[in-house]
Structure formats: C-alpha cells, structure tokens
Design a protein around this ligand. Structure first.
Ligand code: ADP
Ligand code: MG
Length: 258
C-alpha cells in the first residue's frame, strides 16, 4: 500500500489533488480589481455553485479558469497542472475544462451532430465514425438525439443549450464550468436544462456552476460560494447559505433574489 507521504511526494495527479485549484489569484481590468486574492479548491466529483450580484467577477473567474482571460498573479491548476499561457499545449489542456455559456454559441451553419463532433475530431484527432458514435450517445443523454440532423436555429433555446452541454462533454473534460446557463432561456425551458445538469452532477462530474437557480443549488451543489466585489465573501452548504447567510452582503443579495 502506498503511504500518504509517497502519494503526496509525486507530482502526478492523485485522487488527493484538487481537480481545480486557485491560489491567490488576482486580476485587474485597468483600475478595477476584478478578482481579489481568490483561493478555491474543488475536489473530484464536487459540485460548486457560484452566486453573487452582477459585476462581482463570476464570469471573469470562469474565464480565468480555462485561460480565456489572463490573470495578473497567482496560480490556477487543473488536476495538478498549471495551464500554459498559449499554444498547442493550452488547446489540449483546455479540453479538460468544458464550458457552457449563457448564450449557446453553437456553430449556426453546422448541424447539431457536426457541432458535437467537431471538437473531438479537430482537437483530439478522433476518427469521424467514433466521434459520431460518441456525439449521438451524448445527444441522447441530454434528450436531443432526434434533432441531430437539424441546424441550431431549428431548435428551441432549451434544446440548443442541451446541445451545448453535449458538445462540451464530447471533449471528455475533467471539469465542467457553467456560466449562467439558463439565464437566457424562456422560463418553461429552464428545467429541461437544469435537469440535464442535475443528472450530470449525480453521475459524478466535477462542476462549477454560476447560477441563481436555488433549486439546482439545493439539489446538486455540495457547496455554495458567494462572490461580491471580486472577493469570495462566503462559503457554505446550500442549506446553510440559503437559510442562514452570515455576511450582510449575502443577506442583502438573497433579500433581492428571493
Ligand atoms: P459577473 O459575471 O459576476 O456579472 P463579470 O466577471 O462579468 O461579473 O465582471 C466583473 C467586473 O469586471 C464588472 O464590473 C465588469 O464590468 C468588468 N469587466 C468584465 N469584463 C471586462 C473587460 N473585458 N474589460 C473591462 N472590464 C470588464
Ligand atoms: Mg457573468
């Protein structure tokens, strides 16, 4: 049996390595200190909901995690590995972090199936037949396999967002980031997307989800992080956070959204 000491002395990722690690991360936009000394560890299989007022830095945090934004200082590691600043190595490691945005960002002139196969073929060098098989199984998982031959515009917003989730999953990421995935959807479509996310969470996917959907947080989150003014102000279980927020800033915020 391997001792803890041996396990930790190796640089190779182990089950003990946080899947996502941010250490003293700072970022400015000019004068604006948008991420202020952020420290965050997300364990394998953990689901973290990030909540906070508009402008608090939630999207910047997500974008920093897969290097869509640079940071000024600090460290960001995915499964123990710091993402390189650019180049091929970045594209490969970025595939470890799946991202789903508020706007679905599907390729408008490609079929649903092609939207999902493109990444695995181009970035991972997967054979076309294998990519199709994978794509169909993922589309089925999110309940839109019968739409595979259509163009994005022929689908509802909720269906498109589920395709976006399948597309991200097709890269076989280690962690999935969701940045307000339901806030552009008509109310009647929100649940079909949240349900797909809850299923993913229950299957053990590591997830960081920016959302104000309390039902999702209560069903799926292990931890809620409250951000305000570029800082992580509070961290708690969903139950604790929603019933007994500690900081005045969190109380204020919850007073407005509840
Ligand atoms: P949230 O997602 O919590 O609403 P954001 O991370 O989008 O917050 O934005 C945090 C702050 O940074 C806001 O004040 C926003 O105006 C500012 N900001 C975001 N992106 C940029 C940018 N590219 N250039 C300058 N300021 C930005
Ligand atoms: Mg945002």
């Amino acid at each position: 049996m391997t001792s803890d000491f041996e396990a930790n002395s190796s640089a190779a990722p182990s089950s003990e390595t946080p899947l996502v690690l941010l250490k003293n991360v700072n970022k400015h936009y000019g004068e604006l200190h948008v991420l202020q000394n952020i420290n965050l560890e997300v364990a394998r299989g953990e689901v973290v909901v990030v909540i906070g007022p508009s402008g608090s830095g939630k999207s910047t945090l997500c974008r920093a995690i897969n290097r869509l934004e640079t940071i000024d200082d600090g460290e960001i590691r995915i499964d123990g590995v710091e993402l390189p600043a650019e180049g091929k190595a970045l594209a490969k490691l970025r595939a470890d972090v799946g991202m789903v945005f508020q706007s679905f960002n599907l390729f408008a002139h490609k079929s649903i199936l092609e939207n999902v196969t493109l990444g695995p073929v181009k970035v991972k060098g997967m054979k076309s037949a294998q990519a199709k098989e994978l794509a169909m199984s993922l589309l089925k998982r999110v309940g839109v396999d019968n739409q595979a031959q259509k163009l994005p515009a022929q689908l509802s917003g909720g269906q498109q967002q589920r395709v976006a989730i399948a597309r991200a999953l097709a890269m076989q990421p280690k962690v999935m980031l969701f940045d307000e995935p339901t806030s552009a959807l008509d109310p009647e479509m929100i649940n079909e997307v949240l349900d797909a996310m809850v299923t993913l969470a229950k299957e053990g996917m590591t997830m960081i989800v920016v959302t104000h959907e309390m039902g999702f947080a209560r069903k799926a989150a292990d931890r809620v992080i409250f951000m305000d003014g570029g800082q992580i102000v509070e961290e708690a279980t969903p139950e604790e956070f929603f019933t007994n927020p500690q900081s005045n800033r969190a109380k204020d915020f919850l007073g407005k959204i509840l």
